[in-house]
Design a protein around this ligand. Sequence first.
Ligand code: ATP
Ligand code: MG
Length: 446
Amino acid sequence: MSEPVQVTPSQATPKTTKAQRLVGVKGMNDILPPDSARWEWLETQVRALMARYAYRNVRLPIVEPTALFVRGLGEVTDIVEKEMYSFEDRLNGEQLTLRPEGTAGLVRAVVEHNLLYEGGKRLYYMGPMFRHERPQRGRYRQFHQIGAEVLGFGGPEVDAELILLANDLWKELGLKDVRLELNSLGQPAERQAHRAALIAHLEQHSDVLDEEAKRRLHSNPLRILDTKNPAMQSVVESAPRLLDFLGEASLAHFTAVKAILDANGVAYSINPRLVRGMDYYNLTVFEFITTSLGAQGTICGGGRYDYLVEQIGGKPSPAVGWALGVERVLELIKEQGEALPELAPDVYAIIPETAALPVAMQVLQALRAQGVTAQMHAGSGEGMGSMKSQFKKADASGARFALVFGAEELAQGRVAVKSLRDGAGAQRTESLATAADWAHSLQSSL
Ligand code: ATP
Ligand code: MG
């Protein structure tokens, strides 16, 4: 047990010195109104679409044992080598990591709760991920992913279903300028044969390999194909293609995925160098890419990972999935000039005197119960403020109507309803007792 921290009275109540302002962690963003409305809107679209495909939601811990990611993603990967927020829990010595991605944790949960006991599962998740990368546009240290994963089915039809699902999402969100790249990584034995050819090719060009590539040449040469180093692009482009090493079964799987996409009018291009950032993939891998976001153009990536369940200690089971980067998708929506969802309330309540508060708030409750969005003017603690300043706030809120709870109207059991937008200034009064009846006249969507 650690000693309790001693707080001296002067520390507890700093009266004379101004407290030093603390700022958030670099690369970890606050998501605030009005932007947060876009996030909520996106999440709503995703939930509805997942339901239509019969995918079920899972909510998993943000912290997992470090060993899960080291074993699951592979030791020689960017994430495990240099991007993880790993720490020791001071209180019990456990080695823990803030999740850098969602698949390993999901597979851990599926195995731990024996979810595949009665057959395959279609699942999805949303939430924050953490990677210690250099913050820049589209690349943050805390970012958010939405992921879809299907476990327990080995056929190409679920690979295709997942791609159709993502493709539908882009349509639903109105995204233009998104293209699909596909590749097949084959099976471990096929990769083994390709590996020898790849190493030989890379060794011939060892003069252009960077330090990282030299280090990975014998531990994980395939990973070198994923390099972002411009100086290495030509040697990577001329490398032996894994696709040429695939056997009949792998090719048949790939062909079947493509046939379903063709039949459904989903355009794609084959990128033989697409390998993805984690070691757990086999057979189909894919990325959705846009040219509208600069260097950080991949909005979604995924593929099949038939050996991960076993690697994490479960009974062998095939699986396939994808994850999209929420920030990048939202940035693309913004880039395309999509308007923000409407945030303005239907009504703003103007309350000249504090004495009117109880009855005003009763009326607002009755309106809200009918689905009216209502914002109440709140005072400073010393009265409600002038009518002029209250009307200013009402205008700034964007509300369609002001409800004015003036003493004169209240005495007659009524409230004034003043139009602030269409036909601004038009005014009528309504009965305090029957708010449920006139509520609908305040709503734009009815
Ligand atoms: P990149 O090549 O851009 O580093 P990645 O291959 O590391 O991406 P994945 O692990 O496949 O990314 O994650 C899926 C998606 O999550 C990416 O396509 C991207 O949209 C998003 N993503 C990944 N890392 C970040 C990050 N640091 N900040 C914001 N979004 C990210
Ligand atoms: Mg990355």
